[in-house]
Design a protein around this ligand. Structure first.
Ligand code: UD1
Ligand code: UDP
Length: 368
């Protein structure tokens, strides 16, 4: 029996780890243990409930307006005991959050092997996104098994000198999740409210954008929506109070912009599928939108997901108000441009990433 402990703590990690946890639970060769850090609370619990995943451990570390120091020290202090008690054969972490980095670091200190899901994404700019680029590079130094979603991610790891025998290209488990959530006949109060309009879906939360960049992003969006009476916008807002203050100030009090609480993943995926376009600084949405054929304006200067840009679905528009405004304006008013971006493409695999990851774990750990 191989004991596999999955550790995650934020909404996007949960969305992409829960399909994998379900797959681990279904195999006779594996004993699956789940530890959540609780870096997110409500946004994490919502995903656990939808996928019916019940953690064995919950470190419950979240506090309002937490700093990177808070998250790092809280997790590092409390996870030691769990790892020492369980002594897993391998720990799986996902992506690039503080939960990911600190859990991998704790495993390193205890010399427990780490498998990195969604390995090899890079911008090679340590401050963008911040602190995620550091986190994922640091985890690659520690991890002994790497599950790369794409050939590009694999190539990055090889260029950094990682052993090819320890890297498997699997696709992204985001697609596994998406396959279970999207229904063409989906309707909600938002889709009814926007039935007469082009629906713009907004999300924004990145730590490095909080402050002036986020003000510029929201000002551009407000100008565009106000100038295009055939559009309505919905912003399922992140729970970070710092984001909420800026959003209320700039996007509040507008009949055609609705700021709503975060949606559960089923509603969010379906709303993506019903939207005209998406404007975001999110990472995960850049993976999901191409397979739904939804154009995405990415309000960032860099992306670790060049596959969607190459496929034509994503356009990087930075964080300057005027640049965002003109790109957004063009996409709304140039039908040919819109159609060229709205081609369904799927650079992230066929929705079997979880199966491939679990197969690889069994094959590689049995050899030892
Ligand atoms: C974290 C990750 C980021 C990821 C994002 C996904 C780090 C450093 N950042 O950033 O990589 O893109 O999650 O959303 O790991 N809050 C709640 N309830 C929740 C979640 C958050 O109230 O369920 C509030 C709290 O006040 C918390 C704040 O949001 O202090 C920020 O949460 P945190 O996890 O530190 O940062 P994110 O911006 O969410
Ligand atoms: N998402 C969700 N509800 C929302 C907004 C986003 O379920 O209200 C999902 C989205 O489909 C994607 C993930 O959350 O799978 C992205 O999370 P986020 O943007 O917070 O983090 P990032 O991907 O940037 O790390």
């Amino acid at each position: 029996m191989i004991k596999v402990m999955s550790i995650f703590g934020t909404r996007p990690e949960a969305i992409k780890m829960c399909p994998l946890v379900k797959e681990l639970e279904s195999r006779n060769e594996i004993k699956s243990v789940v530890c959540v850090t609780g870096q997110h609370r409500e946004m994490l619990d919502s995903v656990l409930e939808i996928f019916d995943v019940k953690p064995d451990y919950d470190l419950s570390i979240m506090k309002p307006k937490q700093t990177l120091f808070d998250v790092t020290t809280e997790i590092l202090n409390s996870i030691k005991e769990v790892l020492e008690k369980e002594q897993p054969d391998i720990v799986l972490v996902h992506g690039d959050t503080s939960t990911t980095f600190v859990s991998a670091l704790a495993c390193f200190y205890l010399q427990i092997p780490v498998g990195h899901v969604e390995a090899g994404l890079r911008t090679y700019n340590i401050y963008s996104p911040f602190p995620e680029e550091f986190n994922r590079q640091a985890v690659s130094i520690i991890s002994s098994l790497n599950f790369a979603p794409t050939q590009q991610a694999y190539d990055n790891l090889i260029a950094e000198g990682r052993n090819p025998e320890h890297i498997v290209i699997t696709g992204n488990t985001a697609i596994d999740a998406l396959k279970t959530t999207v229904k063409e006949d989906y309707q909600s109060d938002i889709t009814e409210w926007a039935a007469d309009s082009r629906l713009i879906l907004i999300t924004a939360h990145r730590r490095e954008n909080i402050g002036e960049p986020m003000r510029q992003m929201f000002k551009a969006i407000r100008r565009i929506i106000d100038q295009h009476p055939d559009t309505k916008a919905v912003y399922p807002i992140h729970m970070n109070p710092l984001v909420r203050e800026i959003a209320d100030e700039i996007l509040g009090n507008d009949d055609r912009i609705r700021i709503i609480e975060p949606l559960d993943v089923v509603d969010f995926h379906n709303l993506m599928n019903k939207s005209y376009l998406i404007i975001t600084d999110s990472g995960g949405i850049q993976e999901e939108a191409p397979s739904l054929g939804k154009p995405v304006l990415v309000m960032r200067d860099t992306t670790e997901r060049p596959e969607g840009v190459a496929a034509g679905t994503l356009k990087l528009v930075g964080v300057n108000e005027d640049v965002i405004y003109s790109s957004f304006y063009n996409l709304l008013n140039d039908v040919d441009l819109y159609n060229s971006m709205a081609q369904a493409q799927n650079p992230y695999g066929d929705g079997t990433a979880s199966i491939q990851i679990v197969d690889s774990i069994i094959n590689l750990l049995r050899k030892k």
